[in-house]
Design a binder for this molecule. Structure first.
Ligand code: DOR
Length: 308
C-alpha cells in the first residue's frame, strides 16, 4: 500500500509526522529509535527563535487526566546554534525534517527564516500560535492582521514552502486561515495547543509557573477536528493542504482528521507515551484504505459527508 502524500511539492513517504516540540531537534530520538521514512513521514523540529531562550519558569509541563498542559515558553538554543550543531547530526535522508520558526517580532521571524533558508531543510513551519510567548511578545496567531503581516514578511524572505501553524485560541480560525493564505502560506497546520489552566487546591495556586499554558492530548481532539473542518472550507478553495494535529493517538483518530480535510497528520502528546506510535498509526491507516478499497490517503481528504 502506497501511503505517500505530496504537500507543497514535497513527497512524504507516509502521512504521519511527529509534531513540533516532542522530539526536540530529533537527535536523541534518532539515536534511540532511529528515523525511517517508512515509519515517520516527517519530523517537525522544536520551535526556534533568533536568540537562545531559557523558556518559562517551572513547573512547565503538567499532566492532567485531560492531557498535557505546557508553558515551556519556546526554550531553544537559537537558530544559529541549531544550524551549526544540531542539523549536521541529523540523517537528512531518513525522513523530512521541518523547522518550526518562532519569534516575538516580525523582524525576528524574518531573520530566522533567512537563516534556515540557507539549510537543506525542505520547508518551514511558521509558528504564529505559541500560547506561551512572554508578556510583551505579540499574540500573532490570535490577531489575523498581525498573522498576515508575519506570513507576508516570511514569504518575502524565502522561496521554501511555508506551513503556517494556526491557533485554536483565535476567534475565527477560518478567517485566520484565509488571511494567512492570502499572505502567502503554502500549507497550514492546525491546531497548536488550546489555552488552559490547572489549579492545585492545597496551595490554591495554578500548577504551572506561568499560571496558564497550552493543553494537548485527547481532550483537544474534538476541538481540533472541528477547527480542521472549518479551515478546510477555506483552504480547499485555494488548493492549500492542511496538516491536522491535536490529540491524535490512533489510526482511527488520524482517519477522522483526513475525513475532516487534512492531507497529513502529526502526533505530539501520544509520542511521549509511545515513541513508536507513528509506525502503528501508519499500519492502521494502510489497513483502513485496503478495507475501503481506496488507493491513497488523498482520496480520504475531505471525504466527510455532513448530516443534512
Ligand atoms: O504549546 C506550545 N508550547 N506550543 C508552541 O507552539 C510552543 C510550545 C512552547 O515552547 O511553549
Amino acid at each position: 500500500m502506497d501511503l505517500s502524500v505530496n504537500i507543497c511539492g514535497i513527497q512524504f513517504q507516509n502521512p504521519v509526522a511527529m509534531a513540533s516540540g516532542n522530539a526536540g531537534y530529533g537527535i536523541e530520538y534518532q539515536s534511540v529509535c532511529g528515523f525511517s521514512n517508512k515509519d515517520v513521514g516527517a519530523v517537525f523540529l522544536k520551535g526556534t527563535t533568533l536568540e537562545p531562550k531559557l523558556g518559562n519558569k517551572p513547573e512547565r509541563v503538567m499532566e492532567s487526566p485531560s492531557g498535557l498542559l505546557n508553558s515551556v515558553g519556546l526554550q531553544n538554543p537559537g537558530a544559529r546554534e541549531v544550524i551549526a550543531k544540531y542539523l549536521p547530526k541529523l540523517d537528512m535522508s531518513a525522513t523530512q525534517f521541518i523547522i518550526n520558526v518562532s519569534g516575538s517580532s516580525i523582524e525576528e521571524y524574518v531573520e530566522v527564516v533567512r537563516l534556515f533558508d540557507q539549510t537543506a531543510l525542505p520547508a518551514m513551519e511558521i509558528n504564529i500560535s505559541c500560547p506561551n510567548v512572554k508578556k510583551g511578545g505579540a499574540a500573532f496567531g490570535n490577531d489575523p492582521e498581525m498573522a498576515a503581516r508575519v506570513v507576508e514578511a516570511c514569504r518575502a524572505a524565502t522561496s521554501k514552502p511555508l506551513i503556517v501553524k494556526l491557533s485554536p485560541n483565535q476567534t475565527d480560525i477560518a478567517e485566520g486561515a484565509r488571511r494567512v493564505i492570502d499572505a502567502g502560506a503554502d500549507a497550514l497546520s492546525a491546531i497548536n495547543t488550546l489555552m488552559g489552566m490547572q489549579i492545585d487546591i492545597h496551595s490554591q495556586r495554578p500548577t504551572l509557573g506561568n499560571n496558564q499554558g497550552g493543553l494537548s492530548g485527547p481532550a483537544i481532539k474534538p476541538v481540533a477536528l472541528l477547527k480542521v473542518h472549518q479551515v478546510y472550507q477555506v483552504a480547499k478553495q485555494h488548493n492549500i493542504p492542511i496538516i491536522g494535529l491535536g490529540g491524535i493517538a490512533s489510526a482511527e483518530d488520524a482517519i477522522e482528521f483526513f475525513l475532516a480535510g487534512a492531507s497529513m497528520v502529526a502526533i505530539g502528546t501520544a509520542v511521549a507515551k509511545d515513541p513508536l506510535i507513528v509506525k502503528k498509526v501508519n499500519k492502521g491507516i494502510a489497513k483502513y484504505l485496503k478495507q475501503h478499497n481506496l488507493n491513497s490517503v488523498a482520496e480520504l481528504t475531505g471525504r466527510l459527508q455532513l448530516n443534512t
